[in-house]
Design a protein around this ligand. Sequence first.
Ligand SMILES: NC(=O)c1ccc[n+]([C@@H]2O[C@H](COP(=O)([O-])OP(=O)(O)OC[C@H]3O[C@@H](n4cnc5c(N)ncnc54)[C@H](OP(=O)(O)O)[C@@H]3O)[C@@H](O)[C@H]2O)c1
Length: 264
Amino acid sequence: MLIKPKLEGQVVLVTGASAGIGRDTASRMVELGATVVGCARDAARMSDLPVDARRCDVSSAADRASLVDGVLRDHGRIDVLVNNAGIGIAKLVEQMTTADVESLIATNCTGLVDMARLVLPNMLDRGSGHIVNISSGAAWISMPPFTVYCATKSFVDAFTEGLRREASGRHVRVHSVNPGPVKTEWLPRSMGFVPDEGSAEQRDGHGVSVSRVVDAIVRCLLRPYGRTASVPRFPIGLARATELPLVRQALDVGGRMAASRLRA
Ligand SMILES: NC(=O)c1ccc[n+]([C@@H]2O[C@H](COP(=O)([O-])OP(=O)(O)OC[C@H]3O[C@@H](n4cnc5c(N)ncnc54)[C@H](OP(=O)(O)O)[C@@H]3O)[C@@H](O)[C@H]2O)c1
């Protein structure tokens, strides 16, 4: 059974709150009593959510700064940042454009780091806070056609670990949640679907339900220390064993076969 954190009086900022994991996280945080600010590039998709919905493209430095300034001005504090906004692009490296590479890194890496950097002073001043970075099991297994995406998630893990060590002595907890495939729009969008194109069934990807990921995010808020949570624990947690040389060699073979199929 999931023990519920009490979030009354707390301000939670969720990036990428218009769909998938971010949307359900925002709703759950409201149920737990928090004041929730959600952002996405298309703010209209949050109009049915009981949150303070703001337009922000996390790949834009100006948008990030004005989002955090606005939340601090209007709500006075940020207790929890759920650094969730992220995109995938399903292409081999040789098939990608420079713009593809730049948008993946600007959204999944620069956007995520800078959101954390912007909220930190308020958390450190108050001596409390949680930053939950949504990473992926893909951080541990890099596979075509998601090589660059996987690299961005390895970056998220390395950043999470370092920031955890920087901030934990000052009572700011830094977590990562690393899901395997989750049933959201992410996969179809990675393959070029545009939201609202086709039926919901066509748009939703395959994998575990979003609520399992949200449960893991909620559990982070109960911890007095930063944690890395794989969802589901089995088998995604096992992916951490990919550092073992034999497992790595087997993945090399599988990856090479996948790449040649995708090139054909
Ligand atoms: N689904 C999976 O299988 C899976 C597995 C592991 C990890 N993850 C990670 O989980 C996170 C959420 O993914 P999801 O599955 O919920 O995807 P999703 O259903 O496609 O939702 C993505 C959300 O992020 C927003 N977003 C995308 N780019 C943005 C930007 N530049 N600025 C602000 N918001 C942006 C989208 O809204 P707008 O388009 O309106 O901006 C949307 O609200 C991502 O970091 C993803 O990498 C997903």
